[in-house]
Design a protein around this ligand. Sequence first.
Ligand SMILES: [Zn+2]
Length: 145
Amino acid sequence: MSFVFVLISSWAKCIVRVNCSYCFRPAKLIKAKELHPRKRGWLYICYNCKAHVGCHRGTREPLGYLATKDVRRLRHRCHKALDPIWQSQIVTRSETYEWVAKVLNLPAEEAHIGKLNKSQCQKLLVATKQLKYQFYGLLQKGDKE
Ligand SMILES: [Zn+2]
C-alpha cells in the first residue's frame, strides 16, 4: 500500500505543468539538445513566444519561468552580478536572496533569478550595483556596461 503511494507521489512529482509566462499556453518539454547541441537535460519551451527555461540538473523540474532571449540575457547578467556577493562569503546565499526579495518586494519563493521578468531583472541589476558601491566603494570588474 505505502509502496503504491510512494510510486504515485513520485510519479506525480515528475509531472509538472508548466505554462508560458507570456501567452500562458502549456509549454512543451523537450530535450535541451534539440535546441542547442551542447546543452544537456530538459527544457520547457513555448514555440509561439520563442521562450524557454531549463530544468534543474537531472530532473524535469523547471529552474523558473519561461523567458525570451532578452530576459535570459538579463537573468544571466543578474547571476553575474549577484553570485560574487554570496560567493564572497561576507553574506550567505540565503541572506543574499532575502535581500533580493526585499528589493523586488517579492515573497521568498519568488525571489529567484530564474523567476524574474525583464523589469525585475533591470531593477535588481541597478540595486546590486548600488549595493556594491555601498560596500566596496567601487564597481567590481565585469560590471561595466
Ligand atoms: Zn508563449
